[in-house]
Ligand binder design. Sequence first.
Ligand SMILES: [Mn+2]
Length: 299
Amino acid sequence: MMTPPFPSPLPVSAEAPKPDQNRPYRTLFISDVHLGTRGCQAGMLLEFLRHHEADCIYLVGDIFDGWRLRRGWHWPQSHNDVIEALLAKAHSGVPILYIPGNHDEVMRHYFGTHFGGVEVKADAVHTTADGRRMLVTHGDQYDVVVMNAKWLAHVGDWAYNMVLTANTWLNRIKRLWGGQYWSLSNWAKQQVKSAVNFIGEYEKVLAEEASRGGYDGIICGHIHKAEITVIGDAEYVNCGDWMESCTGIVEHHDGTLQLIDWTRDPRSAQQRERGKKRPKRADREKLKNSKSAPESEKA
Ligand SMILES: [Mn+2]
């Protein structure tokens, strides 16, 4: 029997998983795949997807990289395979929610639209099996808050929301003149020292955002650093990325969230290879260097 992938009203995930859906995981969250860039580890992701069948999938932004594609086409078959794998899942009845990020912001024109069983939304509320309400959002919209965290802490809710809105419009206007969306995370990553501060500040700001909205936690991406932790009274969950770290978040059927690092998972081909024959130190270094994307392709 075919059931519509998105029973309305949303959020879909507030619905209990259907009895005929007994995939190994309840939910899968991935972000920052950056299809269309050389740094994208599409092969690793395909393998990960095969090992993590879930009843519902959230794509938490920066799934493809529209900025990069404009400058030069890099779209090997494996990148198609990722899209096809996701669409096949949607076709088999797995609801897929696509929450665009800043690199695939072109999708932000399609809020509320369905593409072959994939629904595009600005953000979502996911209720875990044990009843925690989690805000799901990419996270780039808070760059401006992270940057101005010190003085924004002293303004009221109204001013705070104004700053967020103004930032969105400013970036829109900048783009009209062909200026690129200015990304704080991008900038901070180039400054090794400030990157550490930035990550800590980002995590804090997003956790605060969850508390502010009355949620139990937040599930996001954007800074390419996977994490599950508690900050204040909110759970902070970051999906990581598929350029460097190859990480995703799964929800088990009891509501437990788990961070999977596919490069270290014994089920991954890379680890099974490693188990067979551990390369010499020099080769390991080479492997490591060849794996990391050029600096310009990060975040
Ligand atoms: Mn991003």
